[in-house]
Design a binder for this molecule. Structure first.
Ligand code: PGA
Length: 250
């Protein structure tokens, strides 16, 4: 019996405006009553998300944070600042942060620790590139990314975290991992945590991300180890995001 409640998170990336967000959130709010969903918005729009979503069943969060609490770190945003705007979640180690902004496994682990220390739930992204998949090292890459966090924060920290498996080759490309490909990696992730703590592994929410849309959500969400999704492009289209959330809620 599944004991995990699926969770769908929208990753807006660097999209939106006050006007566009108001329209999107106004459409999502009534459509997602009673559904477990999160929107991770750009920093400047956290206050707007808080104002519009407060009291609704949609939570909000950020897409990145600093590993530091405060100090001379120009341009950075700390976990406590996210808390000031009512965030519950923060994406950590998205592949775009890793590849475009040089975030190492160690830095991602430090950010994960900073998020949890403040009481935020990190959504820890892991996943392999196309080269890595084609050279057969998918599991080794995902294991390395998880091990950095386990080493710094301990396996117990996963009790307060979400893992998102996002194969880099499937992000924003329209190429979704097949349900079987995704399920295989999700089972690997759960098995890796289970080897250290079986109970915790059974509770861990593992989201799939990479070109999820309304049309493919149901078959992905039907996989035994897929517990929701991290949705980029489709999270900007109200009908798409609602349909994905509904597929996950079934
Ligand atoms: P996508 O992005 O749904 O547009 O592929 C997913 C993500 O990067 O989180």
């Amino acid at each position: 019996m599944r004991m995990r409640k699926k969770l769908v998170a929208g990753n807006w990336k660097m999209h939106g405006s006050l006007a566009e967000n108001a329209v999107l959130l106004a459409a999502l709010k009534p459509a997602l009553v009673g559904v477990n969903a999160v929107v991770c918005v750009p920093f400047p729009y956290l206050a707007q998300a808080q104002t519009i979503l407060n009291g609704s069943s949609i939570a909000w969060g950020a897409q990145n944070l600093s590993e530091h609490n405060k100090g001379a770190f120009t341009g950075e945003v700390s976990a406590s600042m996210l808390l000031d705007f009512g965030c519950s979640y923060v994406i950590v180690g998205h592949s775009e942060r890793r590849s475009l902004y040089g975030e190492s496994d160690g830095l991602v682990a430090a950010k994960y620790v900073a998020a949890q220390a403040a009481g935020l739930t990190p959504i820890l992204c892991v996943g392999e590139s196309l080269d890595e998949r084609e050279s057969g090292v998918t599991e080794a890459v995902v294991a390395r990314q998880l091990d950095a966090v386990i080493k710094l924060a301990g396996v117990d920290s996963f009790a307060g975290a979400i893992v998102a498996y996002e194969p880099v080759w499937a992000i924003g490309t329209g190429k979704t991992a097949s349900p079987e490909q995704a399920q295989a990696v999700h089972a690997f992730i759960r098995g890796k945590i289970a080897a250290l703590d079986p109970d915790l592994a059974g509770q861990l929410i593992i989201q799939y991300g990479g070109s999820v849309k309304a049309a493919n959500a149901a078959e992905l969400m039907a996989q035994p180890d897929i517990d929701g999704g991290l949705i980029g492009g489709a999270s900007l289209v109200a009908d798409e995001f609602v349909a994905i959330c509904q597929a996950a809620a079934k």
